[in-house]
Design a protein around this ligand. Structure first.
Ligand code: FPP
Length: 250
């Protein structure tokens, strides 16, 4: 018999979970350690989260690893994060690939070193055929950047004659956004106690359930994630309809 912790958390599981992994710095500072130790510790939660999604049958996971605003952090912290990304790519890709995880990076990759960019491209190409879980890592990403790049590419398509500007609507614009090839974000989770979206996915969270928890990212484990899934299952998603209409639609 499955133990309580292994039992399914809920009957309604999000198809796409997006996470703002906040609280690494505070986790370290509370222990009088450098902030970078918190980022290193945060990798353990990242690993646990990927395993959790595989176990719970969550098809898409999108993680905010580095925002377009994070460049403003002290040079040492930015450098340490870049080293962490490089090492993680070296160390984790084999195992992720063996577990059927497809890795994608979303964001403006042009700002990264050639070395880092090449490794990201290699990881994406190598895992492109995997189907167990699609893990998207948002790096140098901003929700407004995503809207701007979608608008730019749509304008380019219009100039090229493949898109009629008069017919542009939500459906025809959607394919230009990051994550368009995956189910909509069902659950947006932010750890670390702040109640903000912080320029993460903007277009994509239109109908997501937003869950904010105080737990700092390095303290996140399967139990914490199960609690978030229970909260998600408890919510009534009405998509603009009334409760009665939702009930009638089954
Ligand atoms: C936010 O915490 C976290 C980040 C800016 C970086 C997230 C990075 C990781 C979890 C490390 C590994 C990632 C990969 C993809 C290998 P914060 O520093 O803003 O925390 P604070 O709010 O307590 O200061």
């Amino acid at each position: 018999m499955a133990s309580a912790s292994e039992a399914p958390a809920t009957t309604r599981v999000p198809r796409h979970l997006a996470i703002v992994m906040d609280g690494n710095g505070r986790w370290a500072q509370r222990r009088l350690l450098p902030r970078t130790v918190g980022h290193r510790e945060g990798q353990k939660s990242l690993r646990a989260t990927v395993e959790f999604c595989l176990r719970r049958g969550i098809g898409s996971l999108t993680l905010f690893a580095f925002s377009s605003e994070n460049w403003k952090r002290p040079e040492g912290e930015v450098g340490a994060l870049m080293q962490l990304f490089l090492k993680a790519l070296d160390r984790e890709v084999d195992e992720l690939h063996a577990n059927g995880v497809r890795i994608s990076f979303i964001g403006d990759l042009s700002a990264f070193s050639t070395e880092l960019r090449e490794r990201m491209q290699q990881a994406m190409a190598r895992t492109a055929g995997n189907r167990a879980l699609h893990a998207n890592v948002a790096v140098n990403y901003g929700g407004r950047w995503d809207i701007a790049q979608a608008a730019r590419r749509a304008a380019e398509a219009a100039v090229a004659g493949t898109l009629d500007p008069a017919t542009i609507d939500e459906a025809s614009l959607s394919p230009f956004f990051s994550l368009h090839d995956q189910p909509p974000v069902d659950l947006f989770l932010r750890t670390g106690g702040e109640l903000r979206i912080s320029n993460f996915l903007l277009w994509q969270v239109a109908y997501a359930e937003l869950v904010f928890i105080d737990t700092l990212w390095p303290d996140v484990d399967a139990e914490v994630l199960d609690a978030a899934l229970r909260e998600f299952a408890r919510r009534e998603r009405r998509y603009g309809m009334t409760s009665e209409q939702v009930a009638a639609a089954g």
